[in-house]
Design a protein around this ligand. Structure first.
Ligand SMILES: [Zn+2]
Ligand SMILES: [Zn+2]
Length: 281
């Protein structure tokens, strides 16, 4: 697998690459702007090209942008829907300018809206965003913890979106903490095997291009989003060992979105590396 962290780029792209390299990363994920505003800055193509060259030289590739947390493609509020689509399209343009393979996004919440109507709105928004996508970029839908009216909490729903849109550049990211929160017991070899069988049936493993590897402290099916350190939560080392041993993850990207500071990052990536070495991956 290609492994890395979600890194801050506020201190400059060079510092982000240096951080990834220092910790032996072969991938990374970043926000293209402030993830809590609808404001969009101008695309600095020369800086992005330099960032891409530095990553390639360091062997940190492929990489991902995580879109703004404000994105909601399922809403019935036209202002939020338009702002979300603008943010998503901007990240796809940044990715094209900066040699970023994956634009990972949350889908949002249906709120009080009829789910069927909301699903159609998500399909339409994805189709719109994919219309202008660069061939080397993928729009990646991240599974949610499935709380309340959140879109994308089940493999059935993600698979239905993939089929309804029918675009080759629409892919899926599996976040392990969200998967657990949504009720999939991925803490044992049997549970992991059953989950991947389910993913294969509902979505197709070839559509899964990346993973967010996060442990979690909440109860199975708790529908809350709380990331924890690798091997120190409910999924545990046994769960991650089974996950990384599965054929469905081989050669793909795994991003850690675990909490804490640099010392925690070092501990988490060391834990992941031990797990990978244990299965010869
Ligand atoms: Zn996310
Ligand atoms: Zn995630």
């Amino acid at each position: 697998m290609r492994i890395g962290f979600h890194v801050r780029v506020g201190g400059g792209y060079d510092a982000a690459v240096a951080y990834a390299t220092k910790h032996g990363c072969s991938s990374l994920q970043f926000f293209s702007g402030n993830p809590k505003t609808y404001r969009i800055g101008a695309i600095d193509a020369p800086a992005l090209a330099k960032f891409a060259a530095a990553r390639t030289a360091a062997g940190v590739t492929p990489v991902a942008i995580h879109t703004s947390y404000l994105i909601n493609l399922a809403t019935d509020d036209p202002k939020i829907a338009n702002g979300s689509l603008r943010l998503l399209k901007n990240d796809l343009a940044v990715a094209a300018a900066g040699d970023v393979a994956y634009v990972n996004t949350h889908l949002g919440s249906y709120g009080k809206r009829d789910r069927k109507e909301g699903f159609a709105a998500v399909v339409a928004a994805l189709e719109d965003a994919l219309e202008g996508i660069a061939p080397q970029v993928s729009l990646v839908m991240e599974n949610s913890a499935g709380a309340g009216a959140l879109c994308g909490g089940t493999m059935e729903e993600l698979g239905a979106l993939v089929r309804a849109v029918g675009h080759p550049n629409l892919r899926v990211c599996i976040d392990t903490a969200h998967t657990w929160a949504a009720g999939y017991a991925i803490d044992t070899p049997d549970g992991v095997a059953a989950f991947f069988d389910h993913v294969e049936r509902e979505i197709g493993l070839e559509r899964i291009v990346m993973f967010h590897f996060n442990d979690t402290e909440i109860e199975l099916g708790g529908h809350r989003d709380r990331h924890w350190h690798i091997g120190e939560g409910r999924i545990g080392i046994a769960g991650f060992r089974a996950i990384v041993a599965h054929p469905g993850v081989q050669g793909k990207v795994a991003i850690l979105e675990t909490p804490g500071e640099e010392g925690d990052d070092a501990r988490n990536i060391a834990a992941l590396r031990t797990v990978l070495e244990g299965v010869g991956a």
